[in-house]
Design a protein around this ligand. Structure first.
Ligand code: ATP
Ligand code: MG
Length: 569
């Protein structure tokens, strides 16, 4: 491919609307263009990468006997009524009406479609298990479409559905998909963590999200380098390393002006984890409540809503009304009518440092059962896990990271098959609903996530497996009768060897070419300049490492072809 013919309009300046590196660089490298909010065209370079991601997916699906097909994007409203999701999905579901007033939804995901597809023709347990999938555009009227391809209103998804006769078979399909999803991430160059989204009754997971690690990710994660445990901080039950105080008689100490955990811990020279943070709130039933959490942890809003319903933190006025002293609340001698709750992370904490319920004073060695009571129903799970907490699986310290959800596997059970009457005849002759699993990968989001992980200040640095082109040959002067023939020769040899090559044949200055080459980020650059050629060499640059070396003109194509082929997915 000649650069002069390639439709990849690069931008010199950063587009102002782009906050994320992937959004900015995909626009700048001439790979995507915005049509309207959340709607993008994938220009030729992006499309080449997307097809490579899809091919990796196809390959991995083939390996586990999942069969590719294609269902319509438009889905009949009747199906959504049967599953109950026409109403439940809410405004995210894009709905349209045809000329006969018949309603449809633009598929945001296709559980209904696939359940409907098989319900009349997949009849016997002998035909099971079956897994079908397709790769197509999906539509979601996101409240805030943003970050380029990360959160679009139209985006590419691979979604698959498995149908099984037994739970064991569903588990097997699910485990196979989960393993395939991990391999897909690896093959497209993504460092991703499988995060348990849902735990089953018997302890195993029934849903896992694959989170590509990136500072720009929306999810906050903790993970264990040692055993592979990973969880969303909001979902992880806090396995907190609670620091217990020293045993002793209840003791009151003056703590002037120490209304924050930070101040108390400094003043008393104890770690923040040894203090107890008190949060005063009004719970969903209007009850004044004080909840105690480890001093070095925050209460999480989502978890707190689970525990307290539609709660709110007390205002200064409400604190006063309840007889509570802001900054000095403790469990000993609380005013009448204030309920005490305690985060489960404090179950084993026996000696607490807490506020004394009067200004400028704290209590040391407060002991549950002796100095105050914790009712059986007072235990709540409201704090977020964080880096440094202990791994609930192996006890090692957890690391923290942010993540982008690129894919998710899910055991649906009989949710859709029961609602939609999709049954098969089992071995015993009885009609039973299918046990279903669903498996989704955001293909276009994966592209963006790859750029988030593979870029620097100059541009994208594609992993070979998903690079739009594998090598760029850069003749520094196309009018020169030394540079140009060498460039043409090397490009020809590479094409011959089955490598995907772009030759920058533009009459541009070397600086412009170098900048564009780094911006577009093809993995190898072969720079043909007069000086090196005089010595029989060209310069080879590895885009990802920045490493440059002089390589003989006769050797370079063989060497580069070898490198590329070794790194293909
Ligand atoms: P999110 O929580 O980010 O909104 P989701 O959990 O609703 O995503 P799923 O229903 O699990 O998404 O869809 C499967 C995959 O499709 C996701 O893992 C993600 O990669 C991708 N995806 C979902 N919504 C979008 C979107 N608006 N734009 C691009 N990709 C998306
Ligand atoms: Mg999801």
């Amino acid at each position: 491919m000649r650069m002069s013919r390639l439709y990849a309009p690069t931008l010199k300046e950063d587009p102002t609307e782009a906050e994320l590196a992937s959004h900015r660089l995909l626009l700048r490298a001439g790979m995507i263009r915005r049509g309207a909010a959340g709607l993008y065209s994938y220009l030729p370079l992006a499309w080449r990468s997307l097809r490579k991601i899809e091919d990796v997916i196809r390959d991995e699906m083939e390996a586990i006997d999942a069969q590719e097909m294609l269902a319509p994007i438009l889905t009949d409203a009747a199906l959504w009524h049967q599953s109950g999701r026409w109403d439940a999905y809410g405004p995210e579901l894009m709905r349209i009406t045809d000329r006969h007033d018949h309603e449809f939804a633009l598929g945001p995901t296709h559980e209904e479609t696939f359940t409907d597809l098989v319900r009349n023709e997949l009849r016997s347990y002998k035909q099971l298990p079956l897994t079908l999938y397709h790769i197509q555009d999906k539509f979601r009227d996101e409240l805030r479409p943003r970050f380029g391809l990360m959160r679009g209103r139209e985006f590419i998804m691979k979604d698959g559905y498995s149908f099984s006769a037994t739970q064991e078979s569903l588990q097997e399909c699910y485990d196979q998909e989960k393993a395939a999803y991990a391999r897909i991430c690896e093959r497209v160059g993504l460092r991703a963590l499988p995060v348990v989204a849902d735990s089953g009754q018997i302890g195993g997971d029934t849903s896992v999200e694959f989170m590509a690690i990136a500072d720009s990710g929306e999810a906050e994660l903790v993970y264990c380098d040692d055993c592979g445990f990973a969880a969303d901080t909001e979902a992880a039950s806090a396995a907190v390393n609670v620091v217990d105080g020293e045993a002793g008689e209840l003791e009151r100490v003056e703590t002037p002006g120490c209304a924050s955990i930070e101040d108390v811990s400094r003043f008393l020279s104890i770690p923040e984890a040894a203090t107890r943070k008190a949060l005063a709130l009004i719970d969903g039933e209007g009850r004044p409540t004080v909840v105690f959490v480890p001093g070095d942890h925050e209460m999480n809003d989502v978890k707190a809503e689970h525990a307290f319903g539609e709660y709110h933190l007390m205002s200064d006025e409400e604190l006063e009304q309840a007889g509570l002293v802001k900054g000095y609340i403790g469990p000993v001698g609380l005013p009448e009518g204030v309920r005490v709750c305690v985060d489960v992370a404090l179950r084993d904490a026996q000696w607490w440092t807490v506020g004394a319920n009067e200004a400028d004073a704290h209590l040391l060695h407060a002991h549950p059962g002796r100095d105050f009571e914790i009712a059986e129903d007072a235990w709540v799970d409201v704090i977020c896990a964080k880096a440094g907490d202990v791994c609930p699986t192996c006890g090692k310290p957890l690391s923290g990271a942010r993540g982008i959800e690129v894919s998710q596997v899910f055991q649906l059970g009989t949710k859709y098959s029961e609602a939609m009457g999709a049954t098969f005849a089992d071995e015993d002759g009885r009609e039973k609903p299918f046990l279903m699993g669903c498996y989704g990968i955001g293909v276009s989001r994966t592209l963006a996530a790859i750029v988030e992980q593979h870029h620097d200040e100059h541009g994208i640095a594609w992993p070979v497996s998903v690079a739009p082109f594998e090598v760029e040959v850069v003749p520094l002067d196309v009018n020169d009768d030394v540079c140009w023939p060498v460039a043409e020769r090397i490009a020809g040899e590479l094409v011959e060897a089955g490598i995907e090559v772009v030759v920058d044949d533009r009459k541009e200055r070397p600086g412009v070419k170098f900048n564009d080459a780094d911006l577009m980020g093809f993995p190898y650059q072969v720079v043909c300049g007069k000086k090196a050629i005089k010595n029989g060499n060209v310069e080879l640059k590895d885009r990802a490492t920045g490493e440059r070396s002089e390589v003989s003109i006769d050797e370079v194509s063989r060497l580069v072809a070898e490198k590329v082929k070794a790194q293909r997915s």
